[in-house]
Design a protein around this ligand. Structure first.
Ligand code: SF4
Ligand code: SF4
Length: 384
């Protein structure tokens, strides 16, 4: 079936070029830009100050050799790629940013940030890693306020409780529409594919509610038409796959491509580059909107947290909704947090949901594509 490109703006399948055009538009208007690397960067606070957040390059194997001149080779490719882009000066989003927001998530990243701080102003937020401790919310609220101070000083701008509240409400609306968008993958067979989810998510992440909501309204109308016309991907027999684990983008997209080439359908990309970025709701109209932001971010089910039981309950919700036939856990080489957690995830999806589970450990190279394909095909054979 020939399916019309979803956004049809000439950038379908090339989300980085679309976002670059979007960022250049902001730059031409003189809007200040700040670089982010992680799902813990509180974008509502950034919007509330009239600053544009941009997600920095981290998903290509190309700059890794440069990074390895300084960083150890046995480090996560995401960290090496991020730093390689900084060293080579080849990330346009980094060049546009006046400063970088960083968080103490995993060890490799936080040590890399010390090196990146030599290149551009960089603010580190101390992330509480035991989110259920009573102090965690107070501490993270303080860190978000400190970030506010840093941004105010660096960008000569201000946020008020009112501008933060407005940003919260608009992001909540954007995120709820994004969840509606992903709902089209829950249909059997799905009405959207992984590339469309990736394309839309890539743009939605840095965009404000005002920018994204009208576009999402059009997209949802288009998708309703697809449903009416019986347009879908794959067939009712195609294996449906939930992909969980580390963020997936650029060269790591091979995991989605291989699943597709083996006849499967990615119906839930569950990572910070997928549906996870749009989950959760920030409480509105509270006396302290910064604390409300802190609360929502502490609930992100990242493997840097301990315990990270929210990941299991969030997986259950996704499994019940998207009805995958199997779970693939994509772990980047040397990402100890996701790798160790994989054991719990595998046991959980098997025991609680009776689903086959496959861990794929890989990096950004294409050397192991054949091996991964064999494993995925074997998984699909079990499904029958
Ligand atoms: S997986 Fe964790 S550390 Fe990585 S981007 Fe997401 S929140 Fe940040
Ligand atoms: S994938 Fe793992 S090791 Fe790599 S930056 Fe994210 S949390 Fe750290």
């Amino acid at each position: 079936m020939n399916i019309e490109p979803l956004m049809n703006d000439g950038f379908d399948g090339e989300p980085a070029r679309r976002v670059l055009r979007y960022m250049e538009g902001h730059k031409e208007k003189g809007h200040p830009i700040v670089g982010i690397y992680c799902g813990y960067a509180p974008i509502e606070l950034i919007y509330a100050m009239g600053i544009v957040p941009t997600v920095l390059c981290a998903f290509s194997k190309a700059p890794i050799p440069s990074a390895e001149a300084i960083l150890p080779a046995n480090l996560c490719p995401l960290i090496k790629s991020s730093y390689g882009f900084i060293l080579e000066g080849t990330c346009p989003f980094f060049s546009m940013s006046s400063a970088i927001i960083a968080e103490t998530t995993c060890d490799g990243k936080k040590k890399m940030f010390e090196l990146a701080a030599q290149v551009k102003p960089l603010h580190v937020m101390d992330l509480p890693q035991l989110p259920d401790e009573v102090e965690a919310l107070d501490n993270w609220t303080v860190m978000i306020r400190k970030l506010q101070g840093f941004l105010e000083k660096t960008y000569h701008t201000k946020a008020t409780d009112q501008t933060i509240e407005t940003a919260i409400q608009k992001t909540n609306r954007k995120n709820s529409m994004m969840r509606k968008f992903y709902d089209y993958a829950a249909i059997h067979p799905p009405v959207i594919n992984w590339q469309e989810m990736y394309d839309v998510g890539f743009l939605a992440l840095p965009s404000t509610g005002d920018e994204m909501i009208p576009l999402l309204e059009t997209l949802l109308e288009k998708l309703d038409k697809r449903v009416e016309q019986g347009v879908h991907y794959g067939s009712p027999e195609s294996p449906r796959v939930l992909v969980t684990g580390c963020p997936v983008g650029g060269d790591a997209l091979k995991i989605f491509k291989i699943i597709e080439a083996a006849g499967g359908l990615v119906v839930v990309p569950d990572a910070c580059t997928g549906i996870k970025a749009f989950m959760g709701k920030i409480e509105e109209n509270t006396p302290d909107p910064v604390r409300a932001i802190a609360q929502r971010y502490l609930e992100i089910p990242c493997a840097c947290m301990t315990p990270n039981d929210r990941r299991l309950s969030s997986l259950s919700e996704m499994i019940e909704k998207f009805k995958p036939d199997a779970v693939v856990d994509f772990v980047l080489t040397a990402c100890h947090s996701y790798n160790v957690e994989a054991y719990k995830v595998g046991e959980y999806v098997g025991e609680r949901h009776g689903l086959p589970y496959l861990k794929i450990e890989s990096d950004y190279s294409d050397n192991d594509e054949g091996q991964i394909r064999t494993k995925i095909e074997a998984l699909f054979e079990i499904l029958g």
